[in-house]
Design a protein around this ligand. Structure first.
Ligand SMILES: N=CN[C@@H](CCC(=O)O)C(=O)O
Ligand SMILES: [Zn+2]
Length: 433
């Protein structure tokens, strides 16, 4: 056994050791409070997170061997014997973030669309004028693999610096077999080259290519792209943009069923711009997650909970679109294990899970504890990862973020600023702030 790392004297280590017991919460709708926060106090769920104060964590062969009060841990695992010894005095330690929804591989710049939206254009207006996803498709098709890889590695550096140690990345800016496979290949190479673990998703059904009929393109995804993706053997999930004016429920179902036959677990972009039944589809096909959910109904939410589909909420997207946020409390009240993600893409240009957590608290009414669980253990569940991912208990991967702050609450509290100081992946220091 090699003692990879000891992080000691931390003000606080958050293990997420215990599971959320679904304690009753107030819905925060009582009157008399300040603005949208309402006047009712919610339960303090800090105890659910398994927090040690004045604590240390020891990592052997890349896995957490011990976590607990600093004295006993450092006596058993002396920092001077470790390859990496980190004095975390005044700092706090959390599991590395898991970002379960991104489109981080793309070419081109769409900052002008951000300005256009601020001048009043909608996402759909921009798509109809040839902008949006199809513009990124044109740019991605024209860009070589090495440039795509370089750009992606840069984005992974930014994510890592913000505490993300595992990320899902979708293809979907190719929309033809050749470019979709090329994207998955680049995603795979980035996974090999970078400390961040990358989970690859095939999303040939991200948009309908210019000049094509939707049914005809769906047939291409099903009969040509998915078999090729299966033989390539990189993708783990198959996602579809089930949306008004993009792929309807039946077209989305055809793609997801074909993906399942090819060994790809379904995921669904559902009810982002309108309600068309994508959430129910996710439940029907046994998806790992349904994502966006800005327009989901109570029945939709119940269906997700009954089918064990993880709802992934993307507050950065609502922020960037100037849209209303998903009703996170409705998901919690139904007993869902809610996850959050950045949705990093050219239309939602943020790689920061800390920012997603801040929006989750201020705009979607989560407590900092709920936001942290949504960004770690629940996010790992959205990617079908082992239960230990996103936790810091014995046997967990040694993936952790050390915050330059005495408590995990500073992640959302210090909004707009990166609270992450140092990041360990598999017990190795891979980022120092
Ligand atoms: N909604 C579909 N896909 C992305 C946006 C991609 C883009 O605009 O380039 C999303 O999840 O937000
Ligand atoms: Zn997306």
């Amino acid at each position: 056994m090699t003692l990879t790392a000891v992080v000691y004297d931390a003000a606080e280590i958050v293990t997420l050791e215990t599971s959320d017991d679904g304690a009753e919460r107030d819905d925060g709708t009582a009157s008399g409070g300040d603005g949208k926060f309402g006047g009712a106090e919610r339960d303090d769920e800090t105890a659910d997170l398994g927090i040690y104060e004045d604590a240390a964590v020891a990592i052997e062969d890349g896995e957490v061997a011990r976590v607990g009060p600093s004295g006993p841990v450092t006596r058993e695992f002396p920092p001077e014997n470790a390859a990496y010894a980190v004095d975390a005095t005044g700092k706090s330690v959390i599991p590395g973030f898991v970002d379960p929804h991104t489109h981080a591989l793309f070419a081109g710049d769409r900052s002008d669309e951000f300005e256009a939206k601020l001048r009043g254009k909608t996402y759909q207006d921009i798509m109809e004028e040839g902008g949006g996803i199809l513009r990124t498709v044109r740019a991605t098709r024209e860009t070589g693999d090495e440039q795509l890889l370089d750009d992606l590695l840069g984005h992974l550096d930014t994510m890592l610096a913000h505490g993300t140690t595992t990320v899902e990345i979708k293809s979907g800016y190719g929309l033809d077999a050749e470019t979709e496979l090329r994207m998955l290949e680049v995603i795979d190479r980035a996974d090999d080259r970078h400390a961040v673990d990358v989970v690859p998703t095939f999303m040939g059904a991200h948009a309908v290519p210019e000049g094509r009929e939707t049914d005809d393109y769906v047939a291409e995804v099903v009969n040509d792209q998915i078999p090729k993706v299966e033989s390539q053997g990189i993708a783990e999930f198959c996602d579809v943009f089930c949306e008004e004016g993009v792929f309807d429920v039946e077209q989305s179902r055809r793609v997801l069923e074909a993906g399942k036959d090819a060994g790809l677990t379904p995921k669904v972009h559902a009810e982002e711009l309108a309600h068309i039944g994508g959430t129910q589809l996710a439940a029907d096909v046994g998806a790992a997650s349904a994502d966006h959910l800005l327009h989901s109904t109570e029945e939709d939410i119940e269906a997700l909970v009954e089918s064990d589909v993880v709802p992934v909420l993307l507050p950065g997207t609502a922020f960037g679109l100037g849209a209303a946020y998903a009703d996170a409390r409705a998901f919690f009240d139904a007993g869902a294990d809610v996850a959050i993600a950045t949705d990093f893409n050219p239309n939602c240009y943020s790689q920061s899970m800390g920012f997603a957590a801040a929006l989750s608290c201020v705009e979607m009414g989560m407590t900092p504890a709920e936001a942290l669980r949504a960004a770690t253990t629940n996010a790992a569940a959205a990617l079908d990862l082992p239960e230990s991912v996103g936790t810091l208990r014995e046997g967990s991967p040694g993936d952790l973020a050390i915050l330059d702050a005495p408590s995990y609450v500073h992640v959302p509290y210090n909004f707009g600023v990166n609270a992450v100081d140092t990041v360990l992946k598999g017990g190795e220091v891979v980022h120092r702030g």
